[in-house]
Design a protein around this ligand. Sequence first.
Ligand SMILES: C[S@@+](CC[C@H](N)C(=O)[O-])C[C@H]1O[C@@H](n2cnc3c(N)ncnc32)[C@H](O)[C@@H]1O
Length: 474
Amino acid sequence: MIKSAETFPSERQILFDRLADKLETAYNLSRKVVSFQANKDEPIYRWFKYKEGFSSALVKYFLSEYSPKPGKVLDPFAGAGTTLFAGQEIGWEAHGIELLPVGSFVMETREALNKIDTIKLKATIKTLWADIAKLEKYHNHIAHISITKDAFPEETEISLNKYLTYCSKLKDKRIQTLLKFAAFSVLEEISYTRKDGQYLRWDYRSKRDLSGKPFDKGKILSFEEAVKTKLQNIVQDLSPTQNTSLFEQFETNGIEKLPVNILSGSCLEELPKFKSNSFDFVVTSPPYCNRYDYTRTYALELVFLGNNNDQVRNLRQSMLSCTVENKEKIDYLKQFYTSIGQEKSFENILNVYNNSSAMTEVNSILDELNKLEKLNNSNIARMVKNYFFEMCFVIFEMARVTKSGGYCVMVNDNVRYGGEEIPVDLILSEFADNFGYNINKIFVLPKGKGNSSQQMGSYGRTEVRKCVYLWQKR
Ligand SMILES: C[S@@+](CC[C@H](N)C(=O)[O-])C[C@H]1O[C@@H](n2cnc3c(N)ncnc32)[C@H](O)[C@@H]1O
């Protein structure tokens, strides 16, 4: 058991003390196992790194450890589909919801891969550049938005557009998807930008007027160089001469693979439409409450997939609130729950949120710090409030759809603002408890941002916890 050494009896401390025996340092869950890095043996993850993802190993571990036989698994924040495809590989019926078209496109490619004709693919790639050279005209497939304008050198953009024009003429839809995916995977490399969490960082060589210290991202590859290497890697990974070709790897374990079911949209709207008690497991990782802006980080990919300014802005606002730009969704949620005849559920969720003393404490402290101008952005207090408010809805719905005895595994990080630790693990677990989940364990990663079990004892003064929660439906 991890003891608290804090003497100040804040509401967060009281909650910590109540749940302290659930916190357990999990030495078998390193940061690497939990994060996408452990996926490097799986081709699709090597081709496009969705750094916000967790690992297939983590998903398979929990599903096999806690369920004697495969059933139905759900991920309401499916990302690039780790839960869905890892579950599918070990015989589960997998369902997912994802809002961002970036994740949906990766999942679509994964599905295409399952049945791709590799011989035809190789033949297409062999004549690709000669065929592109023969194109008489090409179309502009990239319609930039303000935050991506001039992201590519002119020449690069022309090559990219020619390549996409060629792709659009391909009759085999799976090969078309895979070739588009190869280009999608090199967008950062060929651009003047670097993904940086809250926004894109721009290289000094771009046409943009940049202030501050000049940023040099190093070598910027031409489109042809980058995509040729990517296609080479893809073909190598798919090659039947290797004893673990992607195709064989999926086929040999003798388990019948059920189709994965992917819904595009917000889980805040999609989850309430699912039947109660219909899933054996939920394995998920929501966005963290850390100001990370997926719509800016993935702006190039969103534009590549055809999203315009309004669509990107709408996506930003529909996402679970985790940036300072998110507006509150209370009116929208009230209207939505009323429209599906679930006003009572809305009131119940609102009460659970309002009755959490630790939550109330966090909100009032952040409001106070905001007044004193001690937060480095005046919308942080609003973001935190809305993050938990929306997660309260998600957790209510996850608990509702989980069968009695079924589990929910959630990966999430705690955060700190203005020096105040926000115990995301404890507050979300308290919500979960209210909605019918038992809190079995809060596994704490051993080197989660530098904490140790002793340090964890002195609540609030140390590095924040990175956790995997295990909840079981009563
Ligand atoms: C931490 S990532 C999940 C990554 C995933 N576990 C994987 O391995 O790829 C969180 C995901 O939630 C998605 N998301 C954010 N708000 C959402 C919403 N309201 N509905 C559905 N998905 C949402 C984001 O686009 C992001 O892909």
